[in-house]
Design a protein around this ligand. Structure first.
Ligand code: AR6
Length: 204
């Protein structure tokens, strides 16, 4: 049996963790897909999700396409998860890396925030994320990981501090896992370890 790596943190009422694995196997309420604007499937995690979930996902994606056209980068939509154990797939479109001066960090952060928002609005309390944009879209892993971790962490601390959420980053191999683990170690709020204490002291 493979000894999967894991890192877990408590943030306010929520649990945030990094695991190494295949996101299609997740049992969280929702899994997030690193899709493209066409929403018709593709390679990487997108291909794996459509293969594991079956044709129902593409059927719903087609209906969404008919309604909204292309999904802009940084936005998210929700479909069934078909045959997978999760209930929903949140499809988001990461930025294509163009060197870093085309709003890539803002768009990438928006992917995580919009995915979280639509998942919670649909009643999800546990959500698994892949490392968006760091495959075919070429976003350097060491730059994407802190954007992803900080966006989620800030949401758990500020926006969703009263909702107990389970947030998992499901990272496909050890180099992706290591980059996210480093981003967690460098995250200011985690390093300080003070945010939930501070809320308690202030009587929130
Ligand atoms: N579970 C978790 N992570 C995975 C899995 C999996 N089953 N498979 C791959 N990854 P990518 P992008 C990781 O290329 O860069 C597609 O064709 C992978 O190792 O899937 O956002 C879409 O249709 C990497 O760390 O997504 C788009 O056209 C991460 O997922 C385009 O690629 C993201 O790699 C999107 O590119």
């Amino acid at each position: 049996m493979i000894d999967m790596e894991k890192m877990e943190k408590k943030v306010n009422q929520s649990v945030f963790s990094l695991v190494e694995g295949d996101i299609t196997q997740e049992t969280t309420d929702a899994i997030v897909n690193a899709a493209n604007s066409g929403l018709m499937g593709g390679g990487g995690v997108d291909g794996a999700i459509h293969r594991a979930g079956g044709p129902e996902i593409l059927e719903e994606c087609k209906k969404i396409r008919a309604k909204i056209g292309q999904l802009p980068a940084g936005q998210a939509v929700i479909t069934t998860a078909g045959n997978m154990k999760a209930r929903f797939v949140i499809h988001t479109v990461g930025p294509i890396w163009h060197g870093g001066d085309k709003n890539e960090p803002e768009i990438l952060a928006s992917c995580y925030l919009e995915s979280l928002k639509i998942a919670i609005a649909n009643g999800c309390r546990s959500i698994s994320f892949p490392s968006i944009s760091t495959g075919a879209y070429g976003y350097p892993l060491n730059l994407a990981a802190p954007v992803a971790v900080n966006a989620i962490m800030n949401s758990l601390i500020e926006t969703y501090c009263y909702i107990p959420l389970v947030i998992r980053f499901v990272l496909f191999n050890s180099s992706v896992f290591d980059a996210y683990a480093e981003a967690v170690r460098s995250n200011a709020a985690i390093q300080a370890g003070k945010v939930s204490d501070k809320h308690q002291r202030q009587g929130y």
